[in-house]
Ligand binder design. Structure first.
Ligand SMILES: *[C@@H]1O[C@H](CO)[C@@H](O)[C@H](O)[C@H]1NC(C)=O
Ligand SMILES: *[C@@H]1O[C@H](CO)[C@@H](O)[C@H](O)[C@H]1NC(C)=O
Ligand SMILES: *[C@@H]1O[C@H](CO)[C@@H](O)[C@H](O)[C@H]1NC(C)=O
Length: 486
């Protein structure tokens, strides 16, 4: 019996081990194929990525995140990032300004968003493109956070400097021109990006990449962590659950309890968030709810300052200069968003609001009324609209506007680029790798910022397009007396 049973019992082991081998191949294969869509190099160099020893030797702990969508959304994310960095006592890696809608998130209320890993790698790819095009400009070169930094409310480092210290490579490598060194350069850039995006998973002491997003999580903060883990009031409804096969729920999670001291994340040199965008929907924040942060005294001065972050002086001065030297009179500002998505169907309402304002101003006199117009409708298309009426009625109105190639705007861009270095907050300037390979710096596009600063100076009033985040930002600038600040 025994000799017969032996082969019998051993026999099933063979297919099992075959199966295991087969599945491991399958897993490894799909793993590389997935990465392959981003990195053609990675299939050949399957070395396990680790933090460089210099990164591990740093006593600083860092965090970064994936900014996206239009400028004002990026500004909102930046503010959230500053707050979270402060809560977690991490140094914030300051990203560049991304092109308008170069990277998109999707819709939180519809539970249709890009995975955190994917949005991080899209941001990385866009950063490389900005460097290569010579158009890279940090958001801290546009938005003035110098007072936050000098008062030690936050610690920040420019992304370019961070990459050179942490990955040990210069982002300038993206500009390498001869093909041999180019492929070596893009390999090391890809490895750095892959590590930072979290494609290598979480690596102890090195990186912790957050994979939760607004479908499952709302980040909160309370001194006592009381909300940690409770269900959020907004959940996918039954219909959506069935249609999209959603099995998860949205929980409120405390940033400090989940990611701070004592958590498994604490020892990681880098903490990578995905999007930090949030908006209110049905009475709930879609992803970040730090409204109660100001109840903790330690965060009071930061939350106060973050309510309004001004543009850097180079931008503000250009706006003031235009008001003083070109308009030379009290003026009214109109911000008209007419082309983008939701706005193109509301022309009539947008123009009606402006018309009413101007009629009432006209009764008060004196004429002509000076108007500064900022709009996405090209100048050549004004004639068929109310703007055409305004420009032709020279008795009643004098219309002013700015263009990208106006001297004033180009000068502001030049000054911004020149001043930029001083705003990079480099802890150790010797570690910075210089601009070796990227020679063609182009001027950043600052028109939108300068236009907003002009509007903040409009003493006859302001009307913006309802629902536009640009209009909201101008209102904020006016409320905080941005124009008269030193
Ligand atoms: C915050 O981080 C800094 C730098 O890593 C460290 O020196 C400091 O002790 C930390 N503060 C707290 C309260 O943990
Ligand atoms: C890169 O190489 C191309 C072709 O060899 C050349 O035309 C271009 O000027 C070079 N660019 C830089 C920045 O050196
Ligand atoms: C602007 O004018 C051009 C040329 O007349 C026309 O082709 C284009 O459709 C117009 N755009 C808008 C948004 O009206």
């Amino acid at each position: 019996m025994l000799p017969k049973r032996k082969p019998h019992s051993r026999f099933p082991l063979i297919p099992v081990s075959l199966l295991i081998t087969f599945f491991s191949f399958l897993i490894i294969y799909s793993y590389y194929v997935k990465r392959d869509s981003h990195f053609s190099e990675f299939a050949q160099t399957s070395t396990t990525l680790q933090c460089s020893s210099q990164a591990l030797a740093l006593s600083e702990k860092f965090m970064w995140y994936a900014p996206h969508s239009g400028f004002n959304n990026q500004l909102l994310e930046f503010k959230h990032a500053l707050l979270i960095a402060r809560i977690l006592n991490r140094t914030l890696v300051v990203p560049p300004v991304l092109d308008h809608h170069a990277v998109a998130l999707g819709s939180c209320p519809k539970f249709r968003v890009v995975e955190p890993n994917d949005i991080r790698i899209s941001v990385w790819d866009h950063i490389i493109a900005l460097i290569r095009d010579g158009r890279y400009i940090s958001i801290a070169e546009v938005i003035d956070i110098s007072s936050l930094v000098s008062s030690s409310l936050v610690r920040v480092i420019d992304l370019r400097d961070f990459v050179s210290i942490w990955c040990g490579i210069s982002l300038d490598l993206a500009c390498y021109n001869d093909s041999m060194s180019q492929s070596a350069a893009s390999k090391s850039l890809n490895q750095c990006g892959s590590l930072l995006a979290g494609f290598r998973g979480n690596i102890e002491k090195c990186i912790y990449a957050i994979n939760e997003d607004c479908r499952t999580t709302v980040w909160t903060y309370h001194v006592d962590g009381r909300e940690n883990g409770v269900l959020d009031s907004f959940q996918p409804d039954e219909q959506l659950k069935q249609k999209k096969k959603i099995s998860y729920v949205r929980r409120r999670r405390d940033v400090f309890r989940t990611l701070g001291p004592g958590s498994e994340v604490e020892s990681a040199s880098m903490l990578a968030f995905g999007s930090l965008f949030s908006a209110t929907y049905k009475g709930s924040e879609s992803y970040i709810d730090l409204h109660e942060l100001h109840q903790d005294e330690r965060f009071l001065s930061l939350t106060e300052k973050i309510k309004f972050l001004p543009y850097v002086p180079e931008v503000m001065n250009a706006g003031k200069e235009f008001a003083k030297a070109t308009i030379k009179a009290p003026f009214f500002c109109a911000q008209l968003r007419l082309l983008d998505g939701q706005f193109k169907n509301h022309h009539k309402a947008t123009f009606d609001g402006l018309r009413q304002k101007l009629e009432s101003l006209r009764k008060k006199g004196p004429l002509p009324i000076h108007i500064f117009v900022m709009t996405d409708l090209p100048r050549g298309n004004w004639s068929d609209t109310y703007l055409g009426d305004l420009t032709s009625d020279t008795h009643s109105y004098e219309v002013h506007f700015l263009r990208e190639d106006d001297q004033l705007v180009m000068q502001a861009a030049k000054k911004l680029t020149a001043a930029g270095y001083g705003q990079r907050f480099i802890p150790n300037s010797e570690s910075r790798i210089g601009n070796k390979y990227c020679s063609s710096q182009r001027l950043p596009d600052v028109l939108l910022y300068v236009e907003q600063s002009v509007c903040s100076c409009a003493s006859l009033g302001f009307i913006g397009t309802p629902g536009s985040t640009i209009a909201e930002n101008i209102e904020l600038m006016r409320k905080f007396g941005s124009c008269s600040r030193k």
